[in-house]
Design a protein around this ligand. Structure first.
Ligand code: GAP
Length: 539
């Protein structure tokens, strides 16, 4: 299957089965915004809960935070977002479409230039220059057509183009790849959504929807430190919405304008303090992946390697195997000025290998900035090291929506199977890891018009549902019901049949058929064993 065809099928399944809907669909949708339907909402909740559990509940050294989306605007000045959180944008002179300048594919061809145009009917002349790029193999008339449209939009009717000249161009990003029309010069466009707090729409009341969750963690560093009785090294984790007015939202939910982040700021001692305390600073092990338990002599480099490895392991634990991921170590010249190292964890999406998470060693840039701008000390007194310092930070920052898209792309499979009557058919199956699967178990009474079967099936449903998400389905042939749950990614199916109620011998009474989604194998298990079989697999 071609990647574009695969992506189309995934998008169609997401809508059909209620994973993802276009936001405001009945009004024609809104670019860059998405809603999660019943299955998508469960999947998202599972992912966030697993991240939260692995970060806060399973560790002694990380605590949580849930901060407000709108914060004091001075935060964004201190963090650098007001001045530098911008992308270069260009506008198409013909269609007014706005594009990100750094995402335009370089093009070669013949550039046509005109000094202006004349309206042959009225004699009116317009001295506004225009240019269009003619791609190789296309007739010159197509460039002239673009120019004619441009001048028509400016009020000329029978357009006669003036002062035509041509020039060969190589690898130019000055033209719209969709129609060849000239683009404006790049201008920087700040990605923060702006609003006003209170009834007056003045600059003094301007506020921003947070473009990342991280800054709230930095500004609450002291409060959390004092109330949680943590000691450096320790971390603060947060999950929440972030907003970026992306110029060009694309690739389905991959680049959205509203999305969720799962961010950890892990505060560490500066290397010189580690050295003073331990005599030396440990270097990275040869495999580059230090593991638990963390050691007192770890400096930023080892902590950074540790978090890269921890995050890779977490992705594996929810079904993204290492061969589906890549690590991209940013080159020196690509690093933000305050970053010492940044590793991007990438997933091989059908539309290309793209970033899921960034893990940055940010030095003490953020806390220092907030100390300077707020006038409040961000220093920490380290009793063990008898030293006062502003902690440094390692930041693993992941996108929930991108991860959901990766899990959905990873799960999607089509395979040829034969049905009960021996007929070949294509089975669409979402192979979610049981931990993230939206529904864990489908519960099926074999026949819905047999009260004894229905009663027993409801009892099994009630037994399991306090512990996991189950779906009760009594509609249609059992094979159809299995297929419906395959498409939803439900890893287990439990069928209550005549064996269950002892009609085929007392030895089978109280047993059910447990069907496994991936192998489609079925086994007979006791109802009393169901919880102990299923629970460890879905938790
Ligand atoms: N605090 C650091 C930070 O925000 P980032 O690389 O800009 O770093 C972190 O964002 C993660 O947030 C990305 O790896 C990605 O998963 C997610 N993300 C960023 N922009 C996004 C967008 N427009 N749509 C969906 N997810 C996005």
């Amino acid at each position: 299957m071609k990647p574009t065809e695969r992506m189309e099928k995934i998008v169609s399944l997401c809508k059909r089965r209620g994973f993802i809907f276009q936001s405001s669909e009945i009004y024609g949708g809104i670019n860059g915004f998405w809603d999660y339907g019943p299955l998508g909402a469960e999947l998202k909740r599972n992912v966030k809960e697993l991240w939260w559990k692995s970060m806060t509940k399973m560790r002694e050294d990380i605590v949580g935070l849930d901060a407000s989306i709108i914060m004091h605007p001075a935060i964004w000045k201190a963090s650098g977002h007001c001045d530098t959180f911008a992308d270069p944008m260009v506008d198409c002179l013909l269609t007014k479409k706005r594009l990100r300048a750094d995402q335009i594919e370089p093009q070669s061809g013949v550039a046509y230039f005109w000094s202006g145009a004349k309206d042959e009917a009225s004699g009116k002349e317009l001295c506004e220059p225009f240019s269009a790029l003619l791609a190789p193999g296309k007739p010159a008339e197509s460039a002239r057509k673009v120019a004619t449209q441009f001048y028509s939009q400016r009020g000329l009717q029978n357009v006669a183009l003036l002062g035509e000249r041509t020039e060969k161009v190589e690898n130019s990003t000055s033209y719209n790849p969709e129609n060849g029309a000239l683009l404006t010069e790049p201008r920087m466009f700040n990605l923060m959504f702006k609003s006003h707090a209170g009834p007056v729409e003045s600059e003094e009341n301007a506020v921003y929807l947070r473009p990342e969750t991280a800054q709230a963690i930095f500004v609450q560093f002291k409060n959390v430190l004092e109330t949680s009785r943590q000691k450096v090294p320790f971390g603060i984790a947060q999950i929440g919405k972030a907003f970026r007015n992306e110029i060009n939202p694309r690739n389905y939910t991959f680049r959205s304008r509203e999305f969720e982040q799962m961010e950890l700021e892990f505060f560490i001692k500066p290397d010189e303090v580690v050295e003073k305390q331990c005599g030396s600073v440990a270097s990275l092990p040869e495999n580059g992946a230090p593991t638990d338990p963390p050691q007192a002599n770890w400096g930023w480099e080892v902590w950074h390697g540790y978090w890269v490895e921890q995050r890779m392991r977490w992705y594996e634990s929810i079904g993204l195997t290492r061969d589906t991921l890549e690590q991209y170590w940013q080159k020196k010249e690509e690093l933000a000025h305050y970053a010492r190292a940044t590793v991007d964890i990438l997933y091989k999406f059908p539309f290309g290998t793209q970033e899921l998470e960034g893990i940055a060693a940010r030095g003490n840039f953020d806390l220092t900035q907030h100390q300077t701008h707020s006038g409040k000390s961000m220093e920490y007194f380290d009793q063990e090291a008898t030293a006062k310092y502003i902690p440094h930070v390692i930041e693993p920052s992941a996108g929930v929506d991108r991860l959901l898209l990766a899990l959905i792309c990873n799960a999607y499979a089509e395979e040829e199977v034969t049905d009960e009557k021996g007929k070949a058919e294509v089975r669409t199956v979402m192979r979610f890891h049981p931990r993230v699967a939206p529904i864990k178990v489908g519960i099926f009474p074999l026949l819905k018009n047999k009260p004894v079967l229905v009663e027993k099936a409801i009892a099994v449903r009630d037994l399991l549902r306090p512990f996991m998400n189950v779906f009760y389905d009594d509609a249609g042939a059992i094979g159809r019901r299995y297929r419906r749950q395959d498409e939803a990614g439900t890893p287990f199916g439990v069928t209550i049949d005549f064996d269950t109620i002892g009609e085929n011998g007392p030895e089978l009474e109280g047993t059910v058929t447990l069907r496994h989604r991936d192998s489609m194998k079925q086994e007979r298990v006791k109802i009393s064993d169901l919880l102990s079989i299923l629970l460890p697999q879905v938790q």
